[in-house]
Design a protein around this ligand. Structure first.
Ligand code: ADP
Ligand code: MG
Length: 251
């Protein structure tokens, strides 16, 4: 058995008196596509925020390839190979789709390097440009790559959010509701794009409500209810799992 890519143990988080996550334990193996499910408010986004370093846990540990990342800043976690997307990606008003994708690769170092205009910086910029063009094409955004990012549809913004995450070259990609509010045609494209990434070796954790999407894509589901894991099973086992059914009926 392969050692886990991600290992979470004893993870707890409260916001004031609201205990949002209770003593969570789970592991994700390389190559899995894990659906993270649960009723609204069950703690899914908070879990992604903590694992990706945007929030700090009150207790517990998070290990990526056996190394603790619980105290690392987000940019270090990204550099180690784990990236997340947001439920509602915010888009800069004035940048084009291509510029947004390129900016995701370079970050602060890139801006500085561009100002200094060293040959290495120009080379990195060119590579970032080529990678952005390739990823925009793979996620079906080539036709809109020169439009202002603020002008594209909600679904296309979701795809652009995925492109930005991929610019960092992650091994583990976590997506928060990638198809919420997305047109069904585009939903199909997102499934295909994610299957393509998985075929190229990427491990995925996906918060999603659309059961059709989950069944098509996920190798395993982890179900949260009120901040506790109530099930870890294959998608086809969800409907007959009493605790899962209870979680949704009780909500
Ligand atoms: P989900 O993504 O499963 O819908 P969330 O993780 O967004 O759930 O929220 C879980 C609980 O944590 C909710 O009760 C929510 O109000 C609370 N919560 C989330 N983020 C914060 C925050 N930054 N401050 C206070 N409470 C929060
Ligand atoms: Mg959420």
């Amino acid at each position: 058995m392969k050692p886990p890519l991600l290992q979470v143990s004893g993870l707890a988080k409260a916001f004031d008196a609201n205990q949002v996550l209770h003593d969570l334990q789970f592991a994700i193996a390389p190559g899995e596509i894990v659906g993270l499910l649960g009723p609204n408010g069950s703690g899914k986004s908070t879990l992604l925020n903590i694992v990706s370093g945007f929030e700090r846990p009150d207790a517990g540990d998070i290990r990526l390839d056996g190394r603790s990342i619980a105290a690392l800043p987000t940019d270090r976690i990204v550099a180690l190979g784990m990236v997340r997307t947001f439920q509602l990606p915010a888009m800069p008003q004035k940048m084009s789709v291509l510029e947004v994708a390129m900016a995701a690769a370079t970050g602060a170092h890139g801006v500085l390097a561009t100002l200094l205009r060293s040959p290495a910086a120009r080379r990195a910029e060119r590579q970032g440009h080529d990678k952005a063009v390739e990823l925009l094409a793979a996620l079906l955004l080539a036709p809109v790559s020169h439009l202002p990012a603020a002008a594209i549809s909600g679904g296309q913004k979701k795809l652009l959010g995925i492109v930005c995450a991929l610019m960092a070259g992650p091994r583990l990609l976590m997506l928060d509701e990638p198809t919420a509010g997305v047109h069904p045609d585009l939903r199909r494209d997102i499934v295909q794009a994610l299957q393509g990434l998985h075929a190229r070796g990427m491990t995925l954790v996906i918060v999603e409500h659309d059961m059709h999407f989950i069944r098509e894509l996920c190798t395993r589901c982890i179900v949260l209810d009120q901040g506790r894991i109530v099930a870890s099973c294959r998608p086809d086992e969800l409907a007959s799992n009493e605790r899962v059914v209870q979680a949704y009926l009780g909500a």
